[in-house]
Design a protein around this ligand. Structure first.
Ligand SMILES: [Mg+2]
Length: 365
């Protein structure tokens, strides 16, 4: 068996075609740390650690230091097989889940390449799934924050781009949230799926008021994500119990311990699993499996990350399936993929590479 010879990192800045605007920030680039895990035969696996100040607190500098320090120390000289080495990544440091995501993704990409399998085929086999994974994964698209008129215009443009599911950021101003959502519904008609993400912006009572008002107005929402602050799992359960619209836990759920709490309190209908919150593909597979066993809807999302991270999340969805369409539009906002090879977008579909692993052959300079 090959061993891990090298862990290389570099920063990457990917320009966007349209500014990504949320209540918390406006960004015109995806900033990320790219990692290459190289084995003793010279084979390379790719991963990335996106910057996620607002959710995990992870910075590019911190993730790069973690990868170049304790994660490299834990991996170099050890077996390249993730069955042997993925636990070393999780044990090497506390927190730092973006860095762990990068290392764990790279280990799986490397294993898939060595086996001559696509990353989705490798993950399916890892999870004991015997059906052949699809080669394309559909995604929603997020509308940048704006006034009701701006949102309606953006919604119409995204539907013209080929998207059938729109995600709307709410929770910044409960007084105008209803008007903004209804403006989008009026602009796109009944056939487009609408999902909301409040990003912790309401309290439980406000959430019930706003969601109930939208239900009464016929907004026809597919789901509402993280209505209340991350730590308020009891409030999350209260909202889930008092609205008809399915409620999804996002910031409330990073790890298996968080999932157990959500299950124990019946705090949500669905769970949003992200590689950067849980620390990579290995923990994500476990979260999706446990959530599914307990009857929760399953969902995969991403941070603002490039085609490596989004491609890994899409391979996960292709391999094990989820109950809801994923939120994997992050790299769609890029002017172009910064990589040779790898996944690409076609309308609302993420087209996975048919080459081994993620299919990434290098970084275009
Ligand atoms: Mg979210």
């Amino acid at each position: 068996m090959s061993t891990i010879a090298e862990v290389r990192t570099r920063r990457l800045s990917v320009p966007l075609h349209t500014p990504f605007v949320t209540a918390l920030r406006r960004t015109t680039t995806i900033e990320t740390v790219l990692v290459e895990v190289v084995d003793s035969d010279g084979a390379v696996g790719w991963g990335e650690a996106p910057q996620v100040w607002q959710v995990t607190g992870d910075s590019l500098a911190g993730s790069q230091a973690c990868l170049d320090g304790p994660l490299r120390d834990a991996l170099v000289g050890r077996p390249a097989d993730p069955r042997e080495s993925s636990a070393l990544v999780q044990r090497a440091v506390v927190a730092n889940r973006s860095a762990k995501m990068a290392a764990d993704t790279a280990l799986h990409d490397l294993a898939a390449r060595r086996a001559g399998l696509t990353l989705a085929e490798h993950l399916a086999s890892w999870a004991g799934v015997t059906t052949l994974p699809p080669t394309q994964v559909r995604t929603d698209v997020t509308l940048a924050a704006g006034s009701p008129a701006e949102l309606a215009a953006a919604a119409t443009a995204r539907v013209a781009d080929g998207f059938g599911t729109l995600k709307l950021k709410v929770g910044t101003d409960a007084a105008t949230d209803v008007a903004r959502v209804l403006a989008v519904r009026a602009a796109v008609g009944a056939d487009v799926a609408l999902r909301l993400d409040a990003n912790q912006g309401w309290d439980a009572f406000e959430a019930i008021r706003v969601i109930s008002a939208l239900e009464a107005a016929g907004a026809d929402l597919e789901l509402v994500e993280q209505p209340v602050p991350a730590h308020d799992v009891i409030g999350l359960a209260h909202v889930t119990a008092h609205v008809e619209t399915p409620v999804m836990a996002d910031e409330s759920l990073f790890t298996l311990e968080d999932l157990v709490e959500v299950i124990r309190l019946d705090a949500a209908d669905l769970v949003n699993v992200k590689l950067a919150k849980c620390g990579g593909l290995t923990p994500a597979l476990e979260l999706l499996h446990v959530a599914h066993l307990h009857g929760f809807g399953t969902f995969v999302g991403s941070m603002m990350e490039s085609h490596v991270g989004v491609g890994a999340a899409a391979a996960l969805v292709a391999a094990v399936g989820t109950t809801s369409l994923p939120d994997l539009d992050a790299a769609w906002w890029a002017v172009a993929s910064p990589y040779a090879g790898g996944p690409s977008y076609d309308g609302d579909r993420l087209v996975l590479s048919d080459q081994p692993g993620l299919g990434i052959e290098g970084v275009l300079s």
